[in-house]
Write a new protein. Sequence first.
Length: 153
Amino acid sequence: MKIRPTKHDDIAALQKVLNGTELFPSEMLPDMVSDFLSEEESSDIWLTCEADGNAVGFCYAVPEELAEGAWNMLAIAVLPAQQGDGCGGAIAQHLENELKERGQRILIADTSGAAEFAQTREFYRKNGYSEEARIRDFWAAGDDKVVFWKSLS
C-alpha cells in the first residue's frame, strides 16, 4: 500500500471509488481536483492510496478559512472491496503527519448522523477522532451533521 499525492491519471480510478461508495457524484471529481493538479501553490491536499499499482482510495483536505492551523478533511473514501484493509487509516495518518510537519493544530471531519454512516463514524473513532459537535437536521430533516475532531500536536 502506498500513499502519495493524487495525479491526473488517478481520476478515472477515483471516480470508481466514488461510484462504489456514493460519497458524492463522481462527475464532480475532475472539477474538485483541478486546482490541486494545476496550481503549484494550491493549499488543498489530495492524497491517493494505491494498492497493487491501482488507486483504491483518496482523501481531500483544506485549511479552514479564518482559523489558525485548523484543517477540514472534506472527503475520504476507499473502494468497498478494499475497506477494512487499512487503506483508510493509512491515508488519514499520512494526512495527519503531513499537517503536523506543516505545524498545523487540528483536523476536523464532518459526516452524517444517519444509520448508513455508522461505519464512517466508527472509522473516525477508531482512528482517534472525537465527536466534537452534532448539528441536528443539518443535511436534511432527521439527518444530523456530526463533526469529528483530532489534535495534531
